[in-house]
Design a protein around this ligand. Structure first.
Ligand code: ADP
Ligand code: ASP
Ligand code: MG
Length: 440
């Protein structure tokens, strides 16, 4: 059995959904198809939630109506028969009635998660109606019946496996299943989600849970490229990556994959393919245990980073200092990405600054603390980067006019990380594109 996940653009227009139906019926292998929301829908739902949390019901209502109008024309192009159109209208009625009822309820975070779930519920139900119209035998598998996160907001593959088995067993003989990406239930049983871009994570978790033959991530570009195509002009696809390389790229900003989406596939050794819905014949990228070659493969950038510099005149030879520092970050459940140290100071970076004030207050009880917001981590990823003696030389030659705030090298064999001010990100990515890859 295999998993095929289609992102927002891949289901973003009625004719794209038609194309997805072709792609999932090309071979006879049993499959679970994971769909994102129609592109733009989750952004609209976020805005609706924001308006409601600000008690701006009028704007929320305007947004809901605009979204409904968009779906009304979508379904007219999606299906052809009056019966299928009626079914699609009923689906819209159900979900837009729900959003309109929410306008009358007082806002809370749990309700917001329900709002955010509407996108994937709509896309899968509408797609299922289209498949039904085409006579393509399948079953709709509600993700809320099996996808779950624990009290620490972490998904557990074993728990998902048990529940998905039960869900699949309700459809004996079926070979094709359609389910929602992104949405899940939390430890309280409420509707929740795997954070923005989380459909990739859903796909990888499902692939791990059912021990799929492959996890295919279908998107709008032919595989992982060597640099961010939104920032630099010329990028090239990478044929093969190791799980470690792909995980670093995803975590450090390559938007094509959700930051956490590699570990489930890696843990159960399931190959991940990145493929292009608009160009299905293109090779794309295959992600497997072993890297294909030695050297630098790609660079990625992660924005909205905060650097915290912790200085103590008594740090010199003071064992226990780093432990005290790390315990404070642990206490506030704030992961550290980069670390550099000198004799008198340590600098760390975080991307979640929700508890920054408390962290700084506690650190100040034994050190002097400096905070720099608006930073970007540039991550240079490859296999045995250190094996190539000229890599570091090329990196620094590419960065001659850049003020590099931190450098991290040697922590793993596949990563060099740099911290720069976000204003310099574009220059750095362009400089590395020509310096490391000879691309302009
Ligand atoms: P989907 O909706 O299918 O999940 P996303 O928009 O989340 O698609 O991810 C695909 C996009 O990721 C591409 O269109 C591209 O602009 C962006 N991207 C950023 N970095 C990379 C990279 N290194 N390689 C490929 N795509 C990248
Ligand atoms: N629809 C969700 C989002 O836009 C999940 C996803 O597309 O992966 O973030
Ligand atoms: Mg995505």
């Amino acid at each position: 059995m295999k998993v095929m996940k289609f992102g927002g653009t891949s289901v973003g227009k009625p004719h794209r959904m038609h194309e997805v139906a072709n792609l999932i019926t090309k071979d006879n292998e049993d499959k679970i198809v994971v769909l994102s929301a129609v592109s733009g829908t989750t952004n609209s739902l976020v805005e609706i939630g924001n308006f409601l949390s600000a008690n701006n019901k009028a704007e929320a209502k305007t947004k809901i109506d605009a979204l409904e109008a968009q779906y009304r024309s979508f379904i007219k192009e999606l299906v052809a028969t009056p019966e299928a159109l009626q079914k699609a209208e009923d689906v819209l009625k159900e979900h837009f009635e729900f959003l309109n009822i929410i306008l009358r309820i007082s806002y809370n975070e749990a309700l917001n998660k329900d709002i955010l779930a509407q996108g994937e519920l709509l896309s899968t139900k509408l797609f299922s109606i289209y498949l039904g119209e085409k006579g393509i035998d399948h079953a709709l598998l509600p993700a809320l019946d099996f996808m779950s996160i624990d009290a620490n907001d972490e998904p557990q593959v074993e728990a998902i496996r048990e529940k998905i088995k039960t869900a699949l067993a309700q459809h004996p003989g079926k070979k094709l299943f359609i389910t929602q990406g992104y949405i899940c239930r939390n430890a309280k049983g409420e509707v929740d989600n795997l954070k923005r871009g989380g459909s990739d994570y859903s796909a990888s978790l499902i692939a791990a849970a059912i021990k799929a033959s492959v996890c295919e991530i279908w998107t709008d570009i032919s595989g992982m490229h060597n640099n961010d195509p939104r920032v630099v002009n010329k990028t090239i696809p990478i044929e093969q990556l190791s799980f470690d390389e792909a995980a670093e790229l995803a975590y450090f900003g390559a938007k094509i994959l959700h930051p956490a989406s590699i570990w489930p596939a890696q843990q159960y050794n399931i190959p991940v393919k990145l493929l292009n819905t608009m160009e299905p014949e293109a090779k794309g990228t295959i992600i497997v245990e072993k890297a294909a070659s030695v050297g630098v493969k790609a660079v990625a950038a992660k924005d909205s980073i905060t650097a915290v510099n912790i200085r103590s005149s008594r740090m010199l030879l003071a064992y226990g200092f780093l432990r005290r520092v790390f315990e404070i970050f642990e206490k506030y459940r704030t992961p550290i990405d980069m670390i550099t140290t000198s004799e008198v100071a340590v600098s760390v970076t975080i991307d979640n600054d929700a508890s920054l004030t408390e962290i700084v207050r506690e650190l100040e009880s034994f050190s002097t603390v400096g905070v720099d917001k608006g930073q970007t981590i540039i991550c240079i990823v490859g296999n045995e980067i250190a094996a190539h003696p000229d890599t570091l030389k090329k990196v620094f030659e590419s960065l001659q006019n850049v003020d590099v705030r931190m450098v991290s090298y040697g922590g793993s064999a596949h990563n060099i990380s740099l911290l720069v001010d976000s204003a310099q990100k574009t220059d750095v990515l362009k400089g590395l594109n020509s310096g490391l890859f000879g691309l302009n």
